[in-house]
Write a protein that binds this ligand. Structure first.
Ligand code: ACO
Length: 402
């Protein structure tokens, strides 16, 4: 087959692949995933090494522009982001209109979309220079929106952080004003958050990233594309799993800690319950991010002096699942979100903010994928279907219908 001819073919054979389990939607040079071996690399660098040695902003630069930044490039990138971190005061009025009970993912998706209204020049971007402006704007403003979403919910004043701090330290500062009275503790939290955000930063063509690319393929602006990605991330089968995991672990604890009972529930095909935080579309061996996070959860809780009984329940479930033929046969292992919520909770982040923290981490990945898609001048995303409805029918007047 001459593949180049397929570029123009719109009729003829249509493949159907529900859930796109075996369908590639694009070529990409950003993230490499080998599910069977548990390998994850950003731009060729292993996730283990990046989580150990890099900080989140360096990783963001790497994902978006393809290379690790030099010190000069990194400083300029950070300065450009800081210069764009102020959001319009009227955004506070929008935030005011939400009930305190609103789910933070709904709030943050709306506020991100609203950024387009306050920055109309961000809609029609074509040159690399215009793209760069949108990129630093969203990286500057999004953490402010995240912090304000949390603080508004808690009835606390909305303000900015401290420009002299690093990107991640400033995020914690904005969220908690004083992350912790003790400097040592705040360093522990900054390092843990840095690691968590790096581990979430990209994961090739997952549900939310595919959403960002497909919305962006219509040449909708970056902020609108990212707002759509946030909505896609919200669901419990995707990013919402981190909230669902903690709620599940809490429920098991309240129910007396009987993990076996919940294992049986998860295996019962009549019961819609699934073991949240288990299974992955691509990783059929182990999720390399889960390994790193499990270790980090131990370290963070220990250094903060927190003894969290749900960590023991999580470890118990993992141990049982690894020995259970149902999970072994289906290759269901803990995924990135099985342990992340335990760390977020240790940091004092409320459960319904967990998926927002995931969005904060995934932001560079969404940006990188959007930018790659635009620079490669990809066509508008427009899947086909196999029609299974009625064949042609004659119209019946309303008084003659039975
Ligand atoms: N608990 C119990 N059974 C499960 C689970 C689970 N967590 N996950 C999959 N299965 C079973 C399915 O029932 C199915 O069984 P069957 O073959 O007897 O019908 C089999 O394993 C395959 O499952 P699928 O749903 O077909 O796998 P898919 O690749 O479509 O789904 C997904 C992957 C959505 C992650 C799934 O494993 C799941 O729902 N996990 C729980 C939610 C979760 O943790 N999501 C976060 C994913 S990571 C992320 O997005 C950041």
């Amino acid at each position: 087959i001459d593949i180049s001819n397929l570029r123009t073919v719109t009729d003829g054979v249509i493949t159907i692949d529900p859930g796109y389990k075996n369908t590639g939607s694009c070529e990409s040079a950003i993230t490499f995933l080998e599910g069977d071996k548990g390998i994850l690399r950003y731009r060729g660098y292993s996730i283990e090494e990046l989580a150990e040695k890099a900080d989140f902003l360096e990783v963001a630069y790497l994902l978006i522009f393809g290379e690790l930044p030099t010190k000069v490039q990194n400083d300029k990138f950070h300065d450009d982001i800081k210069a764009q971190s102020v959001v319009d005061e009227d955004i506070k009025k929008i935030l005011d209109a939400f009930p305190r009970s609103a789910h933070p993912m709904g709030v943050i998706a709306s506020l991100t979309s609203a950024l387009t209204a306050f920055n109309p020049s961000s809609v029609n971007v074509n040159s690399e220079e215009e793209m760069y402006k949108s990129v630093v704007k969203i990286l500057g403003k999004f953490p402010v929106l995240v912090a304000w979403t949390l603080r508004k919910k808690q009835g606390l004043p909305l303000d900015y952080g401290d420009d002299s701090l690093g990107y991640v330290e400033n995020i914690l500062k904005m969220m908690f004003r004083q992350p912790n009275s003790c400097y040592i503790q705040s360093k522990i939290l900054v390092n843990a958050l840095d690691k968590l955000l790096i581990l979430h930063a990209d994961h090739e063509q997952n549900c939310s990233t595919s959403t960002v690319r497909i919305v962006g393929s219509s040449h909708a602006g970056l902020f609108a594309s990212i707002s759509s990605g946030i909505s896609a991330l919200w669901g419990p089968l995707h990013g919402g799993a981190n909230q669902a995991v903690l709620e599940m672990l809490e429920a098991i604890k309240e129910d007396g800690g009987d993990t076996k009972k919940y294992m049986e529930k998860a295996k019962d095909k009549e019961d819609p319950f699934r073991l949240m935080g288990f299974g992955h579309r691509v990783y059929k061996n182990f999720d390399p991010r889960a390994k790193i996070i499990k270790k980090a959860a131990d370290e963070v809780l220990e250094s903060l002096g927190i003894k969290d009984p749900v960590l023991d329940i999580a470890k118990g479930l993992e141990k049982e699942a690894l020995e259970d033929p149902y999970f072994v046969d289906r290759k269901l292992y803990p995924n990135v979100d099985f342990y992340s919520g335990i760390i977020y909770r240790g940091m004092g982040i409320p459960t319904d903010m967990f998926t927002v923290m995931f969005a904060l981490g995934r932001l560079p990945g969404w940006i990188a994928q959007w930018r790659e898609m635009r620079l490669r001048k990809e066509p508008i995303g427009r899947p086909r279907q196999i029609y299974i409805g009625a064949t042609e029918r004659k119209f019946v007047d309303i008084e003659d219908r039975k």
